[in-house]
Design a protein around this ligand. Sequence first.
Ligand code: ADP
Ligand code: MG
Length: 227
Amino acid sequence: MRKELIESEKMKIVSVISASVAHEIRNPLTSVRGFIQLLTQADLTAQKKAQYGSICLEELDRAEQIINDYLSLAKPQPENTDKLDIGAELEYVGKVLNSYALLNNVEIIVEFEQDLLIVGDRSKFRQSLINLAKNGIEAMLHQGGQLRITAKRDKDSIVVLIMDNGNGMTNEQIRRLGTPYFSNKEKGTGLGTMVSFNIIKSMTGKIDIRSEVGHGTEFRILFPLHS
Ligand code: ADP
Ligand code: MG
């Protein structure tokens, strides 16, 4: 009964979010459509053509970003229960984000204890960490810095930390984290942390956030340790 309730609650959340994501993706698509129509007019200056073209690309990038941030949550298929080696997954996340980090003058450091195992859906787990780590990199955009992604045992938990020394958050910002469309970025979607938190909670993980404005942020994720 309880499980059914949780499932129906999940479906409700998913359908509300799907509707709003569809809406968010339709906006850039509509604007791309309009600009392509303009581009097919014969008497455009080269400058106008270039301008319309770059708006189209930007809008398509934005649609792609929304889909990326939202990806795992929207997948309707049943959850996979892969055996995940956390260290290997952290290394994967570090690799995926390496070029993005380099572009932004950020060094990624991955450290972990061996044999930290949990059960979950591999692609969702990766997505949850990628969304949080990406925010860490984006928090250091202007000054550069270090993003640390670590995992270790602590008593009966596995602790995964994602730490940056970026711009940090106020208590009010921390409180609003994970609610859809809360974003302070010019091109943000405000979906990344919501998706991450949902995935982590569905894996019975707990999330603790420490942040100091101007100094940085630490996402502490705790999973129960199974023997
Ligand atoms: P987006 O990244 O598209 O803005 P997110 O849901 O990923 O959406 O993040 C929401 C907001 O939370 C961000 O716009 C940012 O203001 C804040 N935030 C999240 N992670 C961090 C971090 N590590 N450091 C500073 N701010 C953060
Ligand atoms: Mg984000």
